[in-house]
Ligand binder design. Sequence first.
Ligand SMILES: [Zn+2]
Length: 546
Amino acid sequence: MTREGRDDWAAGIERLTGEAAMARVLLIGLDGAEPSLLGPWMDEGALPCLAALRARGAFFACASTTPPATFPAWMTCVTGVGPGRHGMFDFTELVRGRYDIRFVNATHRKAPALWNILSDAGKRVCVLGVPGTFPPESVNGCMVSGFDSPVSTQVSSAFVYPPDLFAHVRGWRFADFQESSIGPRWHNEALPRLLQGIETKEAIALGLLRREPWDFFMAVFGESDTVAHHYWLFHDPRSPRHRPGHKDAIRKVYERLDAAVGRLVDAAGPDAAAFIVSDHGFGGAGARVAHINNWLAENGYLRFTGRSGSPLKKLALKTTPSRVRGALFRQFQGLAERAESKDRFAGIDWAHTMAWSEELNYFPSVRINLRDREPEGQVAPEEYERFCLALCAQLESWEPVARALPRGRVYDGPHVDRAPDIVIVPALDNGYSYSFLRSRGGQSMRQLGPDEYLGGKEKGMNGTHRPFGAFLSSMPLSTDAVRLEDIAPTVLGLLGVAGPTMDGTDLLGVRGGVDGEGFHPPAEQDYTAEEERIVEKRLRDLGYLE
Ligand SMILES: [Zn+2]
């Protein structure tokens, strides 16, 4: 920053705060915290610490990425750029030239995060639990990776930097929910574990916040996301899936998070600016299911082979007597699940398929089977654009689809080609989302039965993401709209660090300019088979992979 720029910055900060330039920023992430819950609960006095921040500063709905999914959204929050520039669209991406997926990790990020920019500028950072941050980076400070780390926090220090930080984060837990076995008891047991998880993270975060020197401290709590995915039907009496019981589960988690926010803000001290952000919002899922591949088959874009399921799983079932099947199957379940995921597209007859979908509930999308790109591509490259537009128009005539957009209309930047060809913005059915679930032939729409309302494997979750999260600031903002892209430039502005050009703008209007210094992304390191298995299991337990 130039001398002049720095004077402008200091003057801007003084104008905003009435004090000398602020030295530190605390950014707390509440995954999936929904603004239409926060607002009324703050008004009622149930969330006093968040309400106090709102009274001092500002509270806004915050536009998420498209789709509003955890990985791309947090990466946009910390880089200030959209997925077309940071390159992370989802937990997984398609392997080029194959009908196969791989899990992505922090080495696949193509834009510098706040902790890279601030470390380079000599600032101290402390970053805890941000999704998409494994392996941890060698920052100027410390880092604890997010829930997608393929390690057990009890035995391995591979999720912390520097390694000797491990002694101070013992007890840190990633989600350990067996989502596939959801029954009535599951909800009794999961709520106390979520509350315990917040307590543990709060204690570890407070310890580091007090002990480590820092200019930028960031901690993300995932419990607000998990509770909303699984307890929305209890919380919302108008939900088509409504069940009695556990009425206040979501509220209890929000109240516990409010207390954690209060303690962290107090411990950070009055000279620290505090921001609270959620990566997306939440709403209810209805009882209607949409099967994209079945719709594509109905409309002549896709043909199934007639095979279904993982060959390994079928073999395990076929060749063992039923008496030992249970034990044997459990033993090989990890392997069978992995084979199933790798085999996700095995039921598709590629030679007769022009378009197909990964059928991810939180990221409904369509891929074109393009010649010279896919192994058995059918659509000619010169036909690609016309084909996409025609398919988009036809998709938009299907009830569960609000918009179907070619990826170039949604994303901008050098990594747009990592996105699915067509991004679907789902419609809502009387305010409730459709569940986009896997299919292997049959009807394109169906109705869940009451025994499926709780959700779980192949039934979708009863609470789902929405496009607007929340943003709270301890300082007043001179803006009328907030996007996730705006958070990183705002943090840099407060800390007086220039950093690269970003898609977002500084909400306080004090950023002194940009410096164009290049970021050199690390070499991409794919997960080992064992690491993939662990990440896959965790995502499956949380309900992200069907
Ligand atoms: Zn999320």
